[in-house]
Design a protein around this ligand. Structure first.
Ligand SMILES: [Zn+2]
Length: 395
């Protein structure tokens, strides 16, 4: 017996065609049934039936008539942005934040809950409290599901957080727990991967189909977009460059252990946190990201030297990504981008020096559009929307 029926079932075909029509409407913003038939290759009769179902589901609405091309003026349809709401959650410390997001990625309402040092099961309770508050504040729009961006190594297929050391979570089936509690489809994804999706979606209007987004804040992570889709790898850890060890250890660097327990990880040498600690050794006034940025802008030689050394270390890690992926556009996001050209130039120079010239020559390393601090939760929502409705989030 065949494992799968040779022909798709009627239900599978209908779902596929319905997503095809929905996606065409969403991507065109407003369109007519005749145009949909042309765009999808489906018959006018099929399109009319499928649009009828979408109207009944409340996902689309008729908005008036378009210009006539000779005959009767066509009725236009569009996706209702608030036909469904999504809950997007960002579990980056020091506070968890969440928002109700509409189908165009607009934030309808947002909430922040300080973590106040809680971790383990207590931190899970904060997640549930956050989602409770958002679900209770949702109006009449049905909830499509929940998208969660979290630090650490995450198996997105099972929704399991395999390892998030600061939160003291290991093999935590968070996605399953949230799905059971709320009865809603849930996606759990690494925070840097989620931010990369948001950057791809909301950055410059013309993004290449292949993009690497490197996030440098307290930690270092990256998200890899290939052919317009997030690439997560076999273990969903693709882009986890922060815990790679690149180049020889610096003989003068203090042997501080990384959050992962090893010595020499990129994150311990090149994250914003690492830079603040290193710069603070020679200038006690440098205690956090803003004071480091201020010192660099004021031209402090010792602060600039720390930033250049860290930028070079990051450049080595990025060269590894360039060598493996040969992606021509690399965007930098996160708190470190405030360091400006001193840092950016060091990253670029070292990435060029460590990758094959034929590859690095065609690679641009730029600062991302840095939409705002909602990147992680919007990116996680976007992934959920793709999974549930077949839609790629777009403005
Ligand atoms: Zn590490």
């Amino acid at each position: 017996m065949a494992l799968l029926p040779e022909k798709a079932t009627h239900q599978q075909t209908r779902t596929f065609n319905q997503q095809l029509v929905l996606r065409a409407i969403y991507d065109r913003n407003e369109t007519s049934r005749a145009e949909l038939a042309r765009l999808t290759g489906l018959t006018r009769t099929s399109v009319s039936a499928l649009v009828g179902e979408l109207l009944r589901d409340g996902l689309v609405e008729e908005t008036g008539t378009g210009p006539s091309t000779g005959g009767k003026a066509p009725i236009l349809v569009r996706v209702r942005p608030d036909a469904r709401h999504l809950i997007g959650v960002d579990l980056t410390e020091p506070a968890f934040s969440g928002a109700l997001v509409d189908l165009r990625g607009k934030i309808v309402r947002s909430i922040r809950l300080p973590l106040e040092g809680r971790d383990g099961p207590e931190a899970v309770q904060v997640v549930m409290a956050l989602i409770d508050a958002l679900a209770n504040s949702n109006g009449t729009s049905p909830l499509l599901g929940i998208g969660i961006g979290a630090p650490g190594v995450i198996d997105s297929r099972s929704g399991t957080i395999r390892w998030a050391v600061n939160l003291d979570w290991a093999d935590l089936p968070l996605g399953q727990q949230v799905e059971q509690r709320y009865g809603l489809p849930t996606v759990v994804v690494n925070d840097s991967q989620a931010a990369a999706v948001a950057e791809f979606t909301f950055g410059a209007p013309t993004r290449p189909r292949n993009l690497v987004v490197v996030r440098v804040g307290r930690g270092i992570g990256s998200g890899i977009i290939l052919d317009g889709r997030l690439y997560q790898g076999d273990g969903a850890g693709a882009g986890e460059i922060g815990h790679g060890i690149y180049g020889d250890p610096d003989p003068d660097a203090p042997p501080e252990r990384c959050r992962c327990g090893r010595v020499g990880c990129l994150e311990t040498l090149a994250s914003m946190y690492a830079m603040v600690v290193a710069a603070g050794r020679s200038d006690p006034a440098i205690v956090d990201a803003p004071s480091l940025v201020a010192a660099v802008r004021a031209g402090s030689p010792s602060a600039r030297a720390v930033v250049v050394a860290a930028g070079r270390r990051l450049g080595q890690g990025i060269a590894a990504l360039i060598s493996v992926l040969n992606v021509n556009e690399v965007l930098l996001i996160g708190a470190a981008t405030a360091l400006g050209d001193v840092w950016l130039d060091a990253v670029r120079e070292q990435a060029a020096a460590c990758a094959l010239p034929q590859l690095s020559r065609d690679t641009c390393i730029e600062l991302g559009a840095a939409r705002d601090e909602d990147d992680v939760l919007v990116g996680a929502s976007a992934l959920l929307m793709t999974r549930e409705l077949g839609l790629s989030l777009a403005r």
